[in-house]
Design a protein around this ligand. Structure first.
Ligand code: ADP
Ligand code: MG
Length: 322
């Protein structure tokens, strides 16, 4: 017999609540805010065929759907608390729901972030998650705090997810081992929550890189009223990406999406403190450039190489409507 909507919710998405006063099953989830904390709230939607291949491993998809949302909390320096799940499913596929919910709950448990409600409907496969996080008043990391002289930092590595997409779409070639390595970056990104928390009180500004460095950095520059200079030779690079032709490597590092790394600025006098905070959070970070005073009406991103020579490369970030 086919499963109904409420059996589906009860079987895969209803779990004992640890923190919420009331979870899935009533008209609203009920939550008590931690006294003296403010909320950070963010929504990210994943649509089959647009954000992921419909046949993506469902366990990885469950992970990624929450990971991209936790990445936004990380970029604000917020501690994850709870999330809601909006799910449109073409059909009730029990094996798919088993794997999807396992991937989702596993990452949620790792961050002590509770699924407190949602909505479930039949329709083209779509996942929409809203996350709720907390931070001490005045301590959220924002896009508008970068100052000239700040060092520009990025966590992890850039371009692996973009390389995986290029390989899966047949736009680039590599051996099976390379594909497996970069596929992990595309399908199971690790949200930099611990790093975001460690950067509170240290970073001036932060954003997560979801649409490519060249796409996301201008948002931070715009909000902060500054320009930036990047040393393209300092951009972090995996062994898989290093094996690609130099121009493709740079294009992927600067312009490919889906990395979910943190891009942030901090006063140069805090360089050592940033390294120490990142080490404490177990995340590698790389100084990739610096913040400059605004020179013209539009934010400018200047690229140069390790020798200081200007690099001419037109790259744009990802834009769904461009
Ligand atoms: P309403 O019609 O009052 O909006 P629904 O019938 O849509 O409520 O949902 C019933 C309950 O199940 C609600 O508490 C809702 O939060 C929860 N719920 C629905 N879908 C999900 C889901 N995918 N994950 C978690 N909880 C869900
Ligand atoms: Mg209702």
């Amino acid at each position: 017999m086919a499963l109904g909507e409420f059996e589906l919710i009860a079987r895969w998405f209803q779990r004992p609540m640890r923190r919420a006063l009331l979870g899935p099953g009533d008209d609203c989830a009920l939550l008590a805010p931690t006294p003296g904390r403010h909320w950070a709230v963010s929504t990210d939607m994943l649509v089959a065929g647009r954000h992921f291949f419909a046949d993506t491993d469902p366990r990885r998809l469950g992970h990624k759907a929450l990971a991209v949302n936790l990445s936004d909390l990380a970029a604000c320096g917020a501690q994850p608390v709870a999330f809601t799940l909006g799910l449109a499913l073409p059909a009730v596929d029990e094996a798919w729901l088993d794997a999807f919910s396992q991937g989702l709950h596993r990452l949620a448990d790792a961050h002590d972030c509770e699924l407190v409600g949602g909505d479930t409907t039949a329709g083209p496969l779509t996942i929409s998650i809203t996350v709720f996080g907390e931070f001490p008043p005045g301590q959220a990391l924002r896009r508008d705090g970068a100052r000239p002289g700040d060092t520009l930092w990025v966590s992890g590595r850039l371009g692996d997810a973009g390389l995986a997409l290029a390989l899966l779409q047949g736009r680039a070639l590599a051996d099976a081992e390379t594909l497996a390595a970069v596929r992990e970056a595309l399908e199971q990104p690790q949200p930099r929550v611990a790093l975001g928390l460690a950067l509170r009180g240290l970073a001036h500004a932060a954003i997560d890189v979801s649409d490519g460095l060249a796409g996301d950095l201008p948002h931070l520059l715009e909000r902060s009223g500054v320009d930036a200079e990047i040393d393209v030779d300092a951009l972090p690079c995996s062994p898989a990406l290093a094996a690609q032709p130099p121009e493709r490597r740079r294009r992927l590092q600067l312009g490919a999406g889906d990395d979910y790394e943190l891009l942030f600025t901090a006063p140069a006098m805090h360089d050592a403190a940033v390294q120490a905070a990142a080490a404490g959070a177990g995340t590698e970070v790389h100084a990739i450039g610096r913040i400059l005073p605004r020179a013209g009406p539009q934010p400018q991103l200047r690229l140069r190489d390790a020798a200081g020579r200007p690099v001419e490369l037109r790259v744009r970030g990802h834009d769904h409507f461009a």
